[in-house]
Write a protein that binds this ligand. Structure first.
Ligand code: TXA
Ligand code: MG
Length: 328
């Protein structure tokens, strides 16, 4: 594994069918040539991700010829405003997309990231780059190059280091492939901004095939997460820190909450991670915070849910999923 800022070297790895981890404004991606079956297949092997779970194709610009087969007018209007930026649209798949990339699906997720290093890589490479978040399946997404190296190490050929991600949660995913647009995953572009351009979004219905980002146990750190409204934080903390029969605490418990919520406590217990009060700041620091708490050996994280407006919807979604039932 090499790590650095050499765009030409990274593009060369892609051209040879290799894997490049690269920064986007949302999270780091694990990229491969989206048009090559063998290259896309490597991503699934390294991530330990089920083959049927489709990857997002990243493009340098919004020219979708060959990538999407059909582009509804509302999708056109939306991407004209949103790209480059933290939005993924699901459209009918075009012929340039390898079948392995979409897990055999006849639709494809497309996105134009705004991070300058992602832009430079995509322009130097010239094609589409299939990239999920650069973590092992089911874990918290990486928002720094250090996170990527800790998760994937030598399984990646080149790690482009572009510093910490500015948005911090994954892109918003909107499905335009079956009539009225459906919000598949809240993310870095707020729902309100999307609806102002594309009209009302439908909620993903329970009967739809589960995408990996929509599994209940996704985005989970090692520690157990309990997500509660700010008012319920003290009670949830007291419950988690209760002692066993011999009077010893059963778990190492941490608090994760905005600074203003923590200010209501006379004495903030240790360890505590204070998040910024604005939802943008919360999104930016959330995954780093969960990783830090894991590294501190915390068993249980009691987390305060943010207000649902703006990026708060995505932050709340990730906290609820991190708190979701685990498979094992
Ligand atoms: O911000 C992001 O979107 C990041 C960066 C690297 O761009 N990528 C990311 O990828 O989060 P990943 O693979 O971790 O999550 C992609 C989500 C999955 O839930 C997947 O099921 C959904 O996008 N997806 C991709 N293509 C799809 C399709 N054709 N139909 C339905 N869902 C799709
Ligand atoms: Mg992911």
């Amino acid at each position: 594994m090499k790590r650095g800022t050499d765009i030409a070297a990274a593009a060369d790895v892609l051209r040879h069918g290799g894997l490049v981890a690269f920064p986007t404004e949302t999270v780091y991606g694990l990229g491969a040539d989206a048009s090559r079956e063998d290259a896309a297949a490597k991503i699934f092997a390294v991530k330990g991700r089920p083959r049927a779970h489709p990857l997002i194709v990243h493009l340098a610009a919004g020219e979708l010829d060959g990538w999407a087969a059909e582009i509804p007018e509302a999708a056109r209007r939306l991407v004209a405003v949103a790209w480059p930026g933290p939005l993924t649209v699901i459209l009918k798949r075009g012929p340039r997309v390898a079948l392995a990339t979409t897990g055999g699906a006849d639709t494809v997720g497309l996105r134009v990231p705004s991070h300058p290093m992602a832009q430079a890589l995509l322009r130097a490479f010239g094609g589409g780059v299939a990239a999920p978040s650069a973590n092992r399946f089911g874990a918290v997404s990486p928002t720094t190059a250090d996170h990527v190296v800790a998760d994937l190490g030598d399984d990646v050929d080149y790690v482009l280091d572009g510093g910490p991600c500015a948005v911090g949660v994954e892109s918003t995913i909107v499905d335009f492939s079956r009539g009225q647009p459906v919000l598949l995953r809240p993310g870095g572009m707020p729902r309100e901004a999307i609806e102002a351009i594309a009209g009302p979004l439908r909620a993903a219905d329970a009967g739809a095939p589960a995408a990996p980002g929509t599994l209940a146990s996704h985005y989970a750190p090692r520690a157990m997460v309990v997500a509660v409204e700010p008012d319920e934080l003290p009670a949830a903390y007291a419950e988690a820190t209760r002692a066993d029969e011999r009077g010893r605490p059963m778990y190492k418990v941490a608090l994760l909450a905005p600074a203003s919520v923590l200010a209501r406590w006379d004495e903030v217990p240790e360890p505590t991670y204070a998040l910024p009060d604005d939802v943008e700041g919360m999104a930016r620091e959330l995954y780093s915070a969960l990783r830090d708490l894991d590294a501190a050996g915390v068993d249980v994280v009691i987390a305060a849910l943010p207000p649902a407006a703006g990026l708060g919807e995505a932050v709340g979604d990730r906290l609820r999923r991190a708190a979701g039932p685990r498979k094992a």
